[in-house]
Design a binder for this molecule. Structure first.
Ligand code: HEM
Ligand SMILES: *[C@@H]1O[C@H](CO)[C@@H](O)[C@H](O)[C@H]1NC(C)=O
Length: 463
């Protein structure tokens, strides 16, 4: 009896508390569906297709609206105008990183992806500078990506005319030749949606995966410490260790071992599964659209030929191929709702007041699938990035890497990888589907918040 009374009391307190939290400060917040106590607007959202749910809600509440995921308040930005106004025009204010479930348990206030404030600024600036010094977007890293592309082609050659199986699960391990960067199990980008709290089963798996990547990185850091030459940094980890040494008397320094470990994990995880999933999806789309593949191969033949490896300079002479790579990224919409942001202070936005710390959910999907900028946005059509003369046509709506101050740190590297891997593959192989291309399904399988390609099979036939 007593415990029942306590239970009832507790429940009513929780209810009141949640009502109070939802009411307070609601005056000037953007409009939105009325939240239920405790669960908020969960019933109005299809967890399997959050992006589509947001689009549906935006039809009722407009491009800026408020949603409650349980007790957590989020402001949603939908459509190019709102996204651009926030991420670009008010870049500083919208540059915070929103709350990730599990982030605390995985010790992730460190590093770059999950950090905020001074820490994030310093680590991000350092990471960008270091990656650039190693030639991201320049020659030296290009050599390495070319080397990787050659290895990939050799691996694919070994498959002879056997079928290369494509796996739905990003987590499958083994020597999958399509994930040349190493398929680490279930990378953050598919698995850190703010909604993860509603998939209890995924928790342990995710924590285990983070622990695995982390132990690998820890080992690497140790190896680096033992073999390092202060005057000849070999890579990112060496540069960070040197910076740590320089700042060792500064108590406030952000260049600590925790930040090194977590930044390395961040770069590694953010950089692998994103690129490999895009590549796997690109191959599926090329299988589905043989006429597109033929045009890319014609361009490769004309600009590069057979006797040398593709390089980045070729891209400016290959508008069709460039358009195809852009269209792949637009069409697949890898991270439909981006990673969560937060506002770093109280922000006045379109006559609303968004309180400091509010999570901001950004629909990149609504920008990439804008039907004025990209007529028939649900169709895969490289003409979305070509003018009438067949020249490459740039679009401000091309935001698969997001925009503003949090924009993907690896954009240059990722675009280099996609171009060099795809052209190297198509220079060396024809793609053959086991079923009629018309029967290939290219609808994404939504994996939490990321779009991954459905299972398919593919033969690489040497040209
Ligand atoms: C096709 C490949 C890729 C796509 C589509 C992609 C997309 C994204 C997106 C949408 C974000 C979130 C931006 C935001 O919060 O507004 C992001 C963040 C990030 N990406 Fe990528 N990415 C890719 C490849 C890479 C690569 C190769 C690297 C590593 C070199 C990388 C490193 C990062 C890091 C460190 C962040 C966090 C930035 C921050 O919070 O300040 N990404 N990426
Ligand atoms: C969005 O709205 C359409 C049309 O009303 C409906 O068929 C669909 O199920 C909705 N999708 C989601 C994910 O809410």
């Amino acid at each position: 009896m007593d415990s029942l009374v306590v239970l009832v009391l507790c429940l009513s307190c929780l209810l009141l508390l949640s009502l109070w939290r939802q009411r307070s400060g609601r005056g000037k917040l953007p409009p939105g569906p009325t939240p239920l106590p405790v669960i908020g607007n969960i019933l109005q959202i299809d967890i399997k297709d959050v992006s589509k749910s947001l689009t549906n809600l935006s039809k009722v509440y407009g491009p800026v609206f408020t949603l409650y995921f349980g007790l957590e308040r989020m402001v949603v930005l939908h459509g190019y105008e709102a996204v651009k106004e926030a991420l670009i025009d008010l870049g500083e204010e919208f540059s915070g990183r929103g709350h990730f479930p599990l982030a605390d348990r995985a010790n992730r206030g460190f590093g770059i992806i999950f950090s905020n404030g001074k820490r994030w600024k310093e680590i991000r600036r350092f990471s960008l500078m270091t990656l650039r010094n190693f030639g991201m977007g320049k020659r030296s890293i290009e050599d390495r990506v070319q080397e990787e592309a050659r290895c990939l082609v050799e691996e694919l050659r070994k498959t002879k005319d056997h079928v290369t199986r494509e796996y739905l699960a990003s987590g499958h391990s083994g020597n999958d030749p399509i994930t040349p960067l190493g398929s680490m199990n279930q990378m953050i980008c598919n698995n850190f949606p703010p909604f993860l709290d509603y998939f209890p089963g995924a928790h342990n798996k995710l924590l285990k995966n983070i622990a695995f990547v982390k132990s690998y990185i820890l080992e690497k850091v140790k190896e680096h410490q033992e073999s390092m030459d202060m005057n000849n940094p070999r890579d990112f980890i060496d540069c960070f260790l040197i910076k740590m040494e320089k700042e060792k008397h500064n108590q406030q320094s952000e260049f600590t071992i925790e930040n090194l470990e977590n930044t390395a994990v961040d770069l590694f995880t953010a950089g692998t599964e994103t690129t490999s999933t895009t590549l796997r999806y690109a191959l599926l789309l090329l299988l589905k659209h043989p006429e597109v593949t033929a045009k890319v191969q014609e361009e490769i033949e004309r600009v590069i030929g057979r006797n040398r490896s593709p390089c980045m300079q070729d891209r400016s002479h290959m508008p069709y191929t460039d358009a195809v790579v852009h269209e792949v990224q637009r069409y697949i919409d890898l991270l439909p709702t981006n990673l969560p942001h937060a506002v770093t202070c109280d922000v006045k936005f379109r006559n609303y007041l968004i309180p400091k710390g509010t999570t901001i959910l950004i629909s990149l999907s609504s920008v990439l699938h804008d039907n004025k900028e990209f007529p028939n946005p649900e169709m895969f059509d490289p003409r979305h990035f070509l003018d009438e003369g067949g020249n490459f046509k740039k679009s401000n709506y091309f935001m698969p890497f997001s925009a503003g101050k949090r924009i993907c740190v690896g954009e240059g590297l990722a675009r280099m990888e996609l171009f060099l891997f795809l052209t190297s593959i198509l220079q060396n192989f024809n793609l053959k589907s086991l079923v009629d291309p018309k029967d290939l399904d290219t609808t994404p399988v939504l994996n939490g918040l990321a779009s991954v390609p459905p299972f398919y099979q593919l033969c690489f036939i040497p040209v």
